[in-house]
Write a protein that binds this ligand. Sequence first.
Ligand SMILES: Nc1ncnc2c1ncn2[C@@H]1O[C@H](COP(=O)(O)OP(=O)(O)O)[C@@H](O)[C@H]1O
Ligand SMILES: [Mg+2]
Length: 345
Amino acid sequence: MVRLNDELSSTTAYLHDLESTNQSQQNLSPFTKIKGRSPVLKDAINLANKVSKTDAPVLITGESGVGKELFAEGIHNAGKRSNHPFVAINCGAIPTALFESELFGYEQGAFTGAIKGGKKGKFDAAKGGTIFLDEIGEMPLELQVKLLRVLQEKHYYRVSGNEAIPTDVRIIAATNRDLEKMIDEGSFREDLYYRLNVISISIPPLRDRIEDIPELIQLFLKEFSLKYTMPIPRIDPEVMYTFLQHPWQGNIRQLRNMIERMIILASDNEVMKPHHLPKNFVKENNPPTLNIHFEEIKKRNGQGEDEIQYALQKTFGNKAAAAKLLGISRATLYNKLKKYDLKLD
Ligand SMILES: Nc1ncnc2c1ncn2[C@@H]1O[C@H](COP(=O)(O)OP(=O)(O)O)[C@@H](O)[C@H]1O
Ligand SMILES: [Mg+2]
């Protein structure tokens, strides 16, 4: 346990270093808000950084809570439209009848109950900036047609208006749905898909980049201990292992909520132990998810040595966590380490 704690505190020290480097770069990149050190995340950030310098439409895909909106904001803030608004639209939440007036606004006297002097729409509000079409897969087909027309013609009309207003917005869309499958099923328009999907950025689920977890925990511990004026609690290694193995169906949003809950329920200077976790959380903790992922690695590499290297890398050299990841006992892991002469301390 002592050694495990040492390992964890060296991770924390590493995080500290990372943070001071980040702080000095804060003014340089809007992407520094996006925490994590996994290569897949770094790739996504690099791509986002590249496209931020252009006006190309971007489609961000990934499960709920992986950070799609955070990326969209990063792209907006890193680009030349950053001094103009970033306007998010939840495409699943616009009532069909209000679509045009919500998006394009209306002129005075457009309909009964219309506000005197008319009303601005989202496209007006976002002028010069970015429109974020969130949950684009939830948009009904009839509205997809209307949106597509505006994107193609590059101008829009307010309800009751006859002036063609040029669209001056960057479009970023996001979805957790499989749009290609939806196209096959006839619930998403192919032409709209190609219009939005000039560049696509896919953000992997948290369970596929568990090396991001410690840094995210640190970030949220800090955020919520500040919010609730609590000392930052220490995390017991067992809890850390549980977190590393959890499937995180709700991804980073779920991890963030979990940390907030822990901070609220913690007493001063209490170490966070497994019994602090909600009961159903431990139950839904489902190591096979990681094992399935691991099976792929095994297939590719075949060798036991690579598996162990991979597991140790994924768990920052934490042998207890690595053994759990491999689905073997700690004793077996030690035997294998000896067998392959792997010295990782
Ligand atoms: N890499 C990350 N670093 C820091 N915070 C993150 C990261 N990814 C997501 N978050 C946070 O997690 C929450 C969910 O992210 P969000 O962008 O809303 O996800 P999505 O739009 O994919 O559902 C937000 O509070 C966001 O700030
Ligand atoms: Mg979202």
